[in-house]
Write a protein that binds this ligand. Structure first.
Ligand SMILES: Cc1ncc(COP(=O)(O)O)c(C=O)c1O
Length: 438
């Protein structure tokens, strides 16, 4: 007998490209031998364990301020945390927002990180075209596609999504089919920072299309990595909310990258209208906003610890980025065409010279030890394996077949040296393999 599945469930029966890629590997991952540069995990050493302990102790000791902290919370989020987020923005000039920008807007806390707010958005907006940059945040675009949205991925340059190309593409579309814009301000996978000028043009374009159709086309800025722009020479970006004249802009943030992913705190600054009501209802439907104690801890950390924390996290990733760039020069100069990254977030997005990186390529097989050749794979014990995200998962451009994302969040420096050496060996393996197949 079969189940009577919904369209979403039917689409979910096929694992996403990334799940398929990592499933086999995850089962027999060997700690200290295999290297995982695929995951978006933060570095454990950046997590403020002691401050979290202190926050917890203070919260449970002050029930008059932190009411029912171990009970159910509400759907919109802890009032303490929402106040702390607002103050964090205003005191530190985040996005150059002032008190006026918070008027007519609500701060919502997701059920389970920014991911759940993005998911809620895909439940409340009518499926249609979602405009985003190429390369794209594959986890969310896959969710969207499973829910019936179509992705219009516009190539980015060094300033982010190319608005001229988007304007051309929009000419060929019925604007009524556009659901929303999804813009990752420090892009994942490329870590290209969306410039202020581009933010402004994108909001202006969405406003003009909304006026044309008479339907609001929301512009979602996902600023997951904006707190970790670690090159001190770069100016901090201006929030897209500053350009919003029609109430179309939503800013989605997370405390995962700067505090701790396990707190599962994601938030959104949303126009105070029906969209906010619908998002809150979705959060309520799936069990309220994040665990209340975690929200209170996060708020406490924003009030008391965020500046020290930010400085520490950014210094850590900065040092690591510089160290890895040296490794690229030392080991990959013969194989690397170009790369982005090293200024913000914790990804490098590499373009290799000629070498293909997609699943099934000799490069991929070498690093996953699935070539079938015992001298390359190791026998009986497999040689060290390395996981990365192939460009073909996060982009539609032909170039993506030669691209890969490496995460430098989780693994330590010494592991990275081995990793970059393995990548060089895989490039060499690919060269020999392609010469012998000619
Ligand atoms: C671009 C982007 N948005 C959102 C998220 C999810 O954040 P959260 O941990 O708050 O769900 C991530 C996590 O990697 C991300 O890369």
């Amino acid at each position: 007998m079969n189940y009577s599945f919904s369209a979403l469930a039917q689409a979910s029966l096929t694992p996403s490209a990334i799940n398929e890629l990592t499933a086999g590997f995850a089962e027999d991952f060997r700690e200290g031998v295999d290297i995982n540069l695929g995951v978006g995990y933060v570095n454990d050493r950046t997590i403020p364990f002691e401050a979290i302990q202190k926050a917890y102790a203070e919260i449970v000791a002050r029930p008059e301020r932190y009411r029912n902290a171990l009970n159910y919370g509400g759907a919109e989020g802890s009032p303490n945390l929402r106040r702390s987020i607002r103050e964090y923005y205003l005191k530190n000039g985040i996005g150059q927002l002032n008190a006026q920008h918070f008027q007519g807007r609500r701060i919502l806390i997701g059920a389970n990180g920014a991911t759940s707010l993005l998911d809620a958005l895909s439940d409340v907006l009518q499926p249609g075209v979602v405009i985003t940059a190429d390369p794209y945040y594959y986890i969310y675009t896959e969710t969207l596609e499973r829910k019936g949205f179509r992705i219009l991925a516009i190539p980015e340059d060094e300033q982010g999504l190319d608005v001229d190309l988007l304007e051309e593409a929009v000419q060929t579309l019925d604007p009524r089919t556009i659901s929303f814009f999804y813009l990752v301000t420090v892009n994942n996978p490329s870590t290209v920072i969306l410039s202020d000028a581009r933010r402004k043009s994108l909001v202006a374009l969405a406003e003009s299309l909304s006026c044309q159709t008479g339907v609001k086309i929301p512009v979602v800025f996902d600023k997951a990595y904006e707190d970790i722009i670690h090159n001190p020479e770069l100016a901090q970006p201006v929030s897209g909310l500053r350009y919003d004249t029609l109430g179309l802009v939503l800013e989605v943030g997370t405390l995962s990258k700067i505090l701790a992913p396990a707190l599962r705190i994601g938030y959104a600054l949303v126009p105070d209208d029906q969209l906010a009501d619908a998002l809150v209802q979705r959060t309520s439907d799936i069990g309220f906003s994040s665990s209340l104690i975690n929200q209170e801890i996060a708020g406490w950390l924003l009030d008391h610890h965020i500046l020290v924390q930010k400085e520490k996290v950014n210094r850590g990733y900065r040092d690591k980025a510089l160290y890895i760039q040296n490794l690229f020069r030392r080991y990959l100069s013969n194989y690397l065409e170009s790369y982005t990254g090293g200024e913000a977030g914790f990804y490098f997005y590499l373009t290799l010279n000629q070498v293909r990186t997609d699943k099934g390529s000799p490069f991929f097989q070498f690093l996953t030890r699935t070539t079938g050749d015992p001298s390359a794979d190791g026998c009986p014990e497999k040689k060290p394996r390395l996981v990365y995200i192939p460009g073909s998962i996060c982009s539609r451009s032909p170039k993506s077949l030669h691209q890969l994302r490496l995460s430098y969040g989780f693994e330590e420096d010494e592991v990275f040296e081995r990793a970059v050496q393995l990548i060089a060996e895989a490039c060499e393996y690919d060269r020999v393999a392609s010469l012998s197949s000619k």
